[in-house]
Design a protein around this ligand. Structure first.
Ligand SMILES: C[S@@+](CC[C@H](N)C(=O)[O-])C[C@H]1O[C@@H](n2cnc3c(N)ncnc32)[C@H](O)[C@@H]1O
Length: 286
């Protein structure tokens, strides 16, 4: 499993009975996690002394219960700073397990030792964008939500990357990729972390399992003459590492890509076990 194990400001303290207990900097949160189907004793004191607790509702969705949490705070990962705030669907503004992909992309870009053009799709609050930019890449960051793009820009500024060569785009990812193909633009590296279900700014519907194959084929048309890598992350249950590996293997065959895929996970402090957090496939061409 690919483990995000280099955090200092974040940790999973414990997990039990459908919930995880996490430390985000100075604050402890309890959030639901459907993977946690075991029911071990909740002996860590954070379970009682939490700063906020997201309760899942039987009707879908849920709501935050606050004890002592600021409206916004920040945490650091290596040289990057991220603003956090509790908002809809249990989100905080960061998927900490993705740090393992940020490190991997950053290293690939640095080792390439040339100017790398990166396309980051479904880019959320910019974790992969910032790690790629910090490694020296030129990055195009695309997300359907204006609010998310604004948040990602704030993270860039907080990370000292305000003037880094990042193009911020609010658009539907499929529409944007189609437009880039028509414009004749190319990228050396493509990163994507699509949701299972999402919507573009004009209500365009994205369904991971139905859309991913055709979308990956489109994205391959954007690859440069000297591509570096394609990374696809998935939180969709049906898209296991082997499926991602096969998908990337087929579509990147003509580039002679070396494909690897695995689960992504977070270490759990109390038990030494690993919390699975989805799957990732990586195709490397250089
Ligand atoms: C939260 S991230 C993905 C993280 C994780 N994979 C998940 O399932 O929650 C998903 C991002 O994709 C964006 N998004 C959803 N549908 C989109 C679309 N059709 N085009 C562009 N961005 C989209 C959302 O605004 C969000 O920032």
């Amino acid at each position: 499993m690919w483990l995000a194990e280099n955090w200092k400001d974040y940790e999973v303290i414990d997990c039990s009975a459908g919930e995880k207990l996490e430390r985000w900097g100075d604050y402890v949160l309890v959030r639901p996690d459907p993977q946690v189907i075991w029911d071990t004793p909740k002996s860590a004191k954070g379970w009682r002394n939490r700063n906020a607790h997201y309760h899942r509702s039987n009707r879908g969705g849920g709501e935050w219960e606050f004890f002592d949490l600021p409206n916004q705070w920040s945490i650091r990962y290596r040289n990057l700073t991220f603003h956090l705030k509790p908002f809809r669907f249990k989100h905080t503004g960061l998927f900490p397990e993705q740090a393992v992909n940020w490190d991997w992309c950053g290293e690939k870009i640095r080792n390439a030792d040339r100017r790398i053009q990166v396309l980051n799709l479904f880019a959320y609050t910019g974790g992969a964008t910032l790690s790629a930019a910090a490694a020296g890449a030129y990055v195009t960051h695309v997300d359907a939500s204006k609010g998310m793009v604004t948040w990602a820009k704030e993270n860039a500024a907080a990370s000292g990357l305000k003037d880094a060569p990042i193009r911020w785009i609010v658009d539907d990812c499929v529409k944007f990729v189609e437009r880039e193909i028509r414009r004749g633009n190319h990228y050396d590296a493509i990163i994507m972390d699509p949701p299972s279900y999402g919507r573009g700014p004009k209500g365009e519907i994205w369904k991971m399992e139905e859309s991913i194959h055709g979308f990956l084929q489109l994205c391959c048309k954007l690859l440069s003459d000297k591509p570096l890598f394609v990374l696809v992350n998935s939180y969709t249950t049906g898209l296991q590492p082997a499926v991602l590996a096969y998908l990337l293997g087929v579509e990147l065959k003509r580039y002679g890509a070396k494909v690897t895929a695995d689960e992504v996970g977070l270490p759990v402090l109390s038990s030494g076990l690993v919390l699975p957090c989805g799957a990732c496939g990586r195709g490397v061409m250089e």
